[in-house]
Design a protein around this ligand. Sequence first.
Ligand SMILES: CC(C)(COP(=O)(O)OP(=O)(O)OC[C@H]1O[C@@H](n2cnc3c(N)ncnc32)[C@H](O)[C@@H]1OP(=O)(O)O)[C@@H](O)C(=O)NCCC(=O)NCCS
Length: 307
Amino acid sequence: MSRQVTLCARSVSVPAGLIGLVYTAPAFRARGFAAACVQACVEDLRAGGAWLAGLWSDKPAFYAKLGFLPAGRETFLGVDPAACAEALVGLGVPPGAVETGPVAAGDFRALEALYASREVRAERAPGELARHAASVETELQVARLAGRPVAYAALGRGDDFRGVVHDWAGSAEGVLACLEALARPRGGVAWLIGPEPHPAVTALRALGAPLQHSPFALVRLLAAGRLWQTLVSEHPDLDATVLQQVGASFTLRGALGEVEFDAREALDLLFAGHAPNAVSTALDETQRAALLDVLPWPLYLWGFDSI
Ligand SMILES: CC(C)(COP(=O)(O)OP(=O)(O)OC[C@H]1O[C@@H](n2cnc3c(N)ncnc32)[C@H](O)[C@@H]1OP(=O)(O)O)[C@@H](O)C(=O)NCCC(=O)NCCS
């Protein structure tokens, strides 16, 4: 199955598609069925206007044949409940000032507003967060100051997010209080911290919480030219640059000429900030300096938005 999603970051919106639930019954394997289904999903997403397609899988070799390669980065922080309590004290929050508890029906408008204020996010329809939070696999904690929701954090969703806090937003003290409430009965949790700096992350890092990085998803670029044009549109020094995609081949044109590279290098350029060496043969110094302002673009989805 596939679905369209709009990724938002740095005042840019990127139409994208997600693919999931790929399965072939054992008796019918190795006949090209899964490859054909994935390719059909890609064509649907392309027809729907997606500039890239993403998925999550423990079979990267199968998806590499279909043009999907690891891209972006996700980071987990190991969260200890005592460290949350210490971080709250460090922020000058008196014990008990932030109350935590399960979500109430009347909270969702405020929680949706907290999510919408994130710098990096996917567009969500009203009611989506409530629908996800209702899952038996998920525990959602809300932090309140003077009765008003100031943060939320959700733990658990499917196999991938068992024991993981994957969707959260709000103030540092609210997020830390939610994390403490989720971590205390379990002795600790993994926290998917996302690409934006956040004071709750800084506070726990200062107390020695360990980080673990992995690629964000398997990604196939479908319309890299449109994506490039949109990402660089904010920067006048990049007006004259063009990225063209023909299948799995990419050509970057700049002030000094043209350079070709492959999908691996294109993904690294866009989402990891590692420009292929050859880029300096196409872009002049001014264009290369400008590139640092717009790339890497933070390719990311919070836990409830993944497929
Ligand atoms: C992975 C799975 C979907 C493959 O289904 P399938 O119908 O047998 O795959 P296809 O016949 O379309 O294979 C297409 C190509 O991928 C290769 N391939 C299949 N499974 C692979 C694997 N696990 N690792 C590497 N390559 C694989 C095939 O050899 C074939 O290569 P070819 O084009 O060079 O001949 C199937 O094994 C499955 O349902 N597994 C359990 C569920 C799962 O893991 N889903 C994917 C995770 S989201």
